[in-house]
Design a protein around this ligand. Structure first.
Ligand code: SF4
Length: 484
């Protein structure tokens, strides 16, 4: 199964076209948006911010909840208004599920989820008036091709993402994703390793492995320990300092994975293990094939295997029929576990899912109140987690930085997902820092959303004195990604 080659030369002599890409949704969408950014760049397009004027706007949509649908429509309408003559392209999960709604919102080209690898080509064909490949979503989504990234993505994020898998076979009763992403398919390990090496050679020191159901990597090839085998191979890549896992379903947090977490010096101590509910009856009706005891066992073992780990969860409140007592079971389970944070979501009805037919859908106010309780609990937990590192030396991957000129500031992330702002206080003795650099700092104080640190051991690099890296408000907002 080949990686998708994006063919791409604009007509010679043609002025560069400006393309703006907006990503909505999960880390897998983020990977694909980064790959599209790289593809457009290699094809000679100027990639600009979504707020800027562009000739082409691409919206990579999400449909996991009603909010994802609404955000996607809003982005398409925004693009349509921003450039009256611009081509607005919609792709992603909402485009796969409801292409006509995005056409109504103003999209001029819809690209099926499984055809994203041909998106740049389709845009080039449209712009040059050539016969266009029809990439409109039809029938079952394909999960056969994987977008690729050949090195450092110009203008992309500092933490690289790397897709290892697509699709899902779990069919949780509330979830629409298997219908828009297809069955679970693992990307061939040789392709992943080859891409990882090229990304590291390009400058990434951290790669986040992503997919719809990352933990199931290898299962479609009868390799139940495929993920650990892959991690062991990635662990050997020279220059790859950090390997981060995207979320892993509780049933796929195996003893072998926990053992690997306890021995690898590269696997980040950050584990996002979706719980969804801590009540066994609700879990059964959700079609989640584990119980609260199993979840607690996995979390407790991970916490012992990887001291200092940041362990988080997704929790869904207000699933049809969830009683106050069942919600309390979820709350109590989490409260007794070494969690650092959680993401709380209200159940969102998705047409065509089995949960749509279940009785006793909760009113919006009930869902909001339960979500609020969990969000407040999470904020307190995250503050406590951060406070536990005050006075500690930690290693930060610098994501945004600028020269120490009296108001210098850098942002970064530790392996255990602590967001750090490094204040230099204007001291001439502070080192210059740059993105993709690993830097030792001491955390001085903590807030719930971020920590503040000072540099431990100055290592000035004269070659960087002429380089300015702006710290944008977006960078700071990104640095607070964990905020609800
Ligand atoms: S594991 Fe469940 S919630 Fe996650 S994508 Fe698959 S069906 Fe959806």
């Amino acid at each position: 199964m080949p990686d998708a080659q994006i063919p791409l030369e604009p007509e010679s002599g043609a002025p560069p076209q400006r393309v703006a890409i907006r990503n909505i949704g999960c880390k897998l969408n983020l990977y694909e948006s980064e790959a599209l950014r790289a593809g457009f760049h290699e094809a000679g397009f100027d990639v600009v911010d979504f707020a800027d004027e562009a000739d082409i706007y691409v919206v990579n949509t999400c449909t996991v909840t009603g909010a994802g649908d609404a955000d996607s429509r809003r982005a398409v309408r925004q693009a349509t208004r921003a450039g009256s003559n611009a081509l607005v392209v919609a792709t992603g999960c909402y485009a796969q599920r409801r292409p006509e709604e995005l056409t109504d919102a103003g999209a001029g080209l819809i690209v099926a989820n499984g055809d994203k690898a041909q998106l740049v080509q389709a845009v080039t064909q449209r712009l040059s008036g050539q016969q266009e490949t029809d990439l409109t979503p039809r029938g079952r989504p394909k999960t056969e091709t994987f977008l690729q990234i050949g090195g450092l993505v110009a203008g992309g994020r500092t933490r690289g993402t790397l897709q290892i898998q697509d699709g899902c076979d779990e069919h949780c009763t509330y979830c629409i994703i298997p219908q828009v992403r297809g069955v679970s398919v693992s990307r061939p390990a040789a392709q992943i390793l080859s891409q990882a090496k090229r990304m590291v050679d390009g400058g990434y020191v951290e790669l986040c492995l992503t997919g719809v159901h990352t933990g199931s990597f290898g299962h479609d090839q009868q390799q139940p320990d495929g993920l650990v085998d892959l991690l062991e191979a990635l662990d050997q890549i020279d220059g790859l300092q950090r390997i981060r896992l995207n979320s892993i379903e509780p049933n796929f947090v195996t003893d072998a994975l926990i053992d690997f977490a306890s021995t690898s010096s590269h696997l980040c101590r950050h584990f996002h293990i979706p719980l969804q509910s801590g009540d066994n009856d609700v879990l059964r009706r959700m079609g989640r094939r584990y119980d609260r005891q199993h979840y607690a066992d996995r979390i407790q073992r991970l916490a012992v295997a990887a001291p200092g780990a940041c362990i988080g969860a997704d929790v869904m409140v207000g699933f049809p029929g969830e009683t106050e007592a069942q919600f309390q079971n979820t709350y109590d389970l989490l409260d007794g576990l070494p969690m650092a944070y959680l993401h709380a979501f209200s159940y969102s009805l998705r047409e065509g899912t089995p949960a749509q037919r279940l009785p006793d859908h909760a009113p919006r106010q009930v869902k909001s109140a339960r979500a609020r309780r969990l969000i407040e609990w999470s904020q307190q937990r995250r503050l406590t987690f951060h406070e536990g590192f005050v006075g500690e030396q930690v290693e930060v991957l610098i994501e945004e930085a600028r020269r120490a000129d009296g108001s210098g500031l850098a942002t970064g992330t530790t392996d255990n997902y602590i967001r750090v702002l490094i204040e230099d206080g204007g001291s001439l003795h502070q080192p210059q820092v740059r993105p993709h650099q690993l830097l030792n700092v001491v955390i001085d104080r903590a807030r719930e959303d971020v920590t503040f640190a000072s540099v431990l051991a100055p290592t000035p690099d004269p070659s960087l004195l002429a380089i300015e890296f702006p710290v944008t408000s977006q960078a700071i907002a990104d640095s607070m990604e964990l905020s609800q």
